[in-house]
Design a protein around this ligand. Structure first.
Ligand SMILES: [Zn+2]
Length: 193
């Protein structure tokens, strides 16, 4: 799947640590996923794709059991916080990848998985935003239906969000504490995952 298509030349190799999963990305954008305690696996081979499939053009680490797609927090002073995160995330290889003025998405290209935004909602607390990865649009709908049947407040019904990218399909609900929880599928078409 194409997440955020780019013609940029491959960057230097990168290692990501996501929970107990370690992800190595080489200069050709080939992803290798391994568990902290376990045998290394080649994620492309595990997914039946060519080992030389560019990660951003085929299945990616998000399909390899990685649950979180992105998270977001609210800030009392967005310009102060963005200056802070500009500085502290640069050594990690992350930078501003999207900027909507009221919300800024940081990440190691191509995926903005850490967001900061203006403090604009939440009674007595600052709601957090959690987005979970869905393998298909049907999974997004199942997530949404499960939330509704559990009495969750609906924020946004499942739909495409072209302002993020053309294949972004997400649904948003509130959890029992009032947090904004999303399921998102990035697969083009996405109907069969
Ligand atoms: Zn989101």
């Amino acid at each position: 799947m194409i997440l955020f298509p780019t013609d940029d030349p491959p960057g230097p190799s990168t290692t990501l640590y996501v929970g107990r999963v370690v992800i190595d990305i080489d200069a050709d954008q080939v992803f290798t996923v391994r568990q902290e305690a376990g045998r290394a696996i080649d994620v492309c081979a595990a997914l039946g794709a060519s080992a030389t499939t560019p990660a951003h053009a085929g299945n990616s680490w998000r399909d390899a059991g990685v649950m979180l797609d992105h998270v977001g927090i609210q800030c009392a002073d967005l310009s102060r916080s963005s200056a802070f995160y500009d500085a502290v995330l640069a050594p990690l290889g992350a930078s501003r990848l999207m900027d909507f003025e009221v919300a800024i998405g940081y990440g190691v290209p191509p995926h903005p998985d850490f967001w900061i935004g203006v403090f604009d909602s939440g009674e007595g607390f600052r709601e957090s935003h959690l987005a979970f990865t869905a393998a298909s649009r049907d999974v997004v709908r199942e997530f949404f239906d499960a939330a509704v049947s559990n009495g969750a407040e609906v924020l946004h019904e499942p739909r495409v969000w072209p302002e993020y990218h053309e294949h972004y399909f997400g649904a948003f609900v509130r959890d029992p504490d009032g947090n904004n929880v999303e399921a998102v599928c990035h697969v083009p078409g996405g109907e069969t995952g």
